[in-house]
Design a protein around this ligand. Structure first.
Ligand SMILES: NC(=O)c1ccc[n+]([C@@H]2O[C@H](COP(=O)([O-])OP(=O)(O)OC[C@H]3O[C@@H](n4cnc5c(N)ncnc54)[C@H](OP(=O)(O)O)[C@@H]3O)[C@@H](O)[C@H]2O)c1
Length: 382
């Protein structure tokens, strides 16, 4: 199958190189911006791809919602299979792409959009066909895991850890989506849709690591804990779906505490299968390209979809999920929280809360911050 590639950046170059070596696949034209078509295989007009009957599949690795969405729709309507690494595209338009692919009898796969090289969605999609998926989640953002690891194992401060993540190519020039948890949130949205056929588009909550400081590191370490940024998705027995991202204090020795550097640990729990966790490279040229190639070779053996046929957009409900939190906040604000224990006193307090809903905790932090207060919070595990 001849594959056209949209975008020739970090992932695009890897996909093109791997296609040239892959069994059963052939490297086709590569779409680049006008003026960048400096090699014979590069084209600048999407119509040259949709109108080429020898192209069987399109791999989109450009990023962003537009023009990626228009190009995806054009490819699907032209009868080309469509594979993407673009979580922003699938989180925004996945339901429509799934429907259009099915109407046109072609495949729509996006393994690389969640977990990079870690084949979580591929496995989850197959498991969801025969097992009841109870929860999905894990460490889904390598940039923030790298930063947290450097801060906690090397004593770096936040700015230094971010600078190093950027120098190593893990963080974008604009790292906002990573450090605020938005990138991980988009990934958990996709995992929810694969697991339960509902792509949650509202009611979502994301707390990142941008409030985490070296002082927090010391205090947490003294309590035998490690901070990780964890995405969670769950379906309650009544069908409501929760989906959120927040820092979690795991115990030293818990599986997440061993996930170092820019690695991901993606997991799901099946009613019959139990808990499955996959650890590996969540980003980078070749790990991500390998996930794109895995989808393409899956298409060659009939793999068609990750979202179920009746997948719809829906709402997340994070009011019924609850746990205790570790919180640093100004002493004057302690009344905002149901405090179970004061861990350390001073101008700033460190407290453990009673069990409260995820929605309530995120709302309290955001209203305190709206008043200019500095707050860090993390869920307590175990
Ligand atoms: N990098 C990773 O490790 C990784 C991991 C998992 C998923 N992803 C996802 O994979 C996608 C690509 O990421 P990346 O890191 O490869 O980004 P990148 O290095 O910025 O590459 C994107 C490429 O697409 C080109 N492009 C953008 N819009 C275009 C257009 N309209 N027409 C033609 N070319 C266009 C860009 O050209 P210009 O440079 O001229 O703008 C650039 O060469 C994103 O959706 C990202 O979220 C990346």
């Amino acid at each position: 199958m001849k594959v056209a590639v949209l975008g020739y950046g970090t992932v695009g170059v890897g996909v093109y190189e791997m296609l040239r070596e892959a069994k059963g696949l052939e490297a086709g034209p590569v779409l680049v911006r006008p003026g960048k078509d400096n090699e014979p295989f590069k084209v600048t007009d999407m119509a040259a791809i949709t109108g080429d009957p020898s192209v069987g599949a399109v791999a989109e690795v450009m990023g962003g919602v537009e023009p990626a969405f228009s190009y995806a729709m054009a490819a699907l309507k032209a009868g080309k299979h469509f594979v993407t690494s673009n979580k922003a595209l699938v989180a925004a338009k996945g339901v429509e792409l799934n429907r259009t692919a099915r109407e046109n009898g072609v495949s729509f796969l996006f393994s690389a959009a969640c977990g990079g090289g870690v084949p979580i969605l591929h496995n989850l999609a197959r498991a969801a066909e025969t097992d009841e998926i109870l929860s999905v989640g894990g460490i889904l953002n390598g940039t923030t895991n790298y930063m947290l690891d450097q801060m906690q194992s090397k004593g770096m401060d936040y700015a230094e850890a971010l600078k190093q993540a950027q120098e190593l190519g893990y963080a974008e020039a604009d790292p906002t989506a990573d450090v605020t948890g938005l990138d991980a949130l988009r990934k958990i949205m996709l995992a929810c849709a694969v697991a339960w056929g509902v792509l949650p588009k509202s009611g979502l909550l994301n707390e990142g690591i941008d409030s985490f400081t070296a002082a927090d590191v010391n205090d947490i370490a003294a309590r035998g804990r490690v901070c990780r940024l964890v995405a969670s998705g769950k379906r309650a027995p009544d069908g409501r779906i929760s989906a959120y991202v927040e820092p979690v204090l795991v115990r030293v020795g818990d599986a997440e505490s061993a996930v170092q550097k820019n690695f991901n640990m993606a997991r799901y729990e099946g009613k019959c299968a139990g808990s499955i966790a996959l650890i590996g490279q969540g980003a980078g040229r070749y790990p991500t390209a390998s996930a794109v190639l895995r989808d393409l070779s899956g298409i060659c053996v009939g793999e068609a979809a990750m979202f179920p046929a009746d997948c719809v957009e829906g709402e997340a409900d994070n009011a019924s999920e609850s746990h205790a939190y570790y919180v640093r906040l100004p002493k004057a604000c302690a009344g905002a929280l149901p405090v179970a224990e004061v861990l350390s006193d001073g101008e700033e307090l460190r407290v453990l809360t009673k069990e409260i809903s995820v929605k309530q905790m995120h709302e309290i932090a955001s209203s305190l911050r709206a008043d200019g207060r500095a707050v860090f919070f993390a869920a307590m595990r175990g």
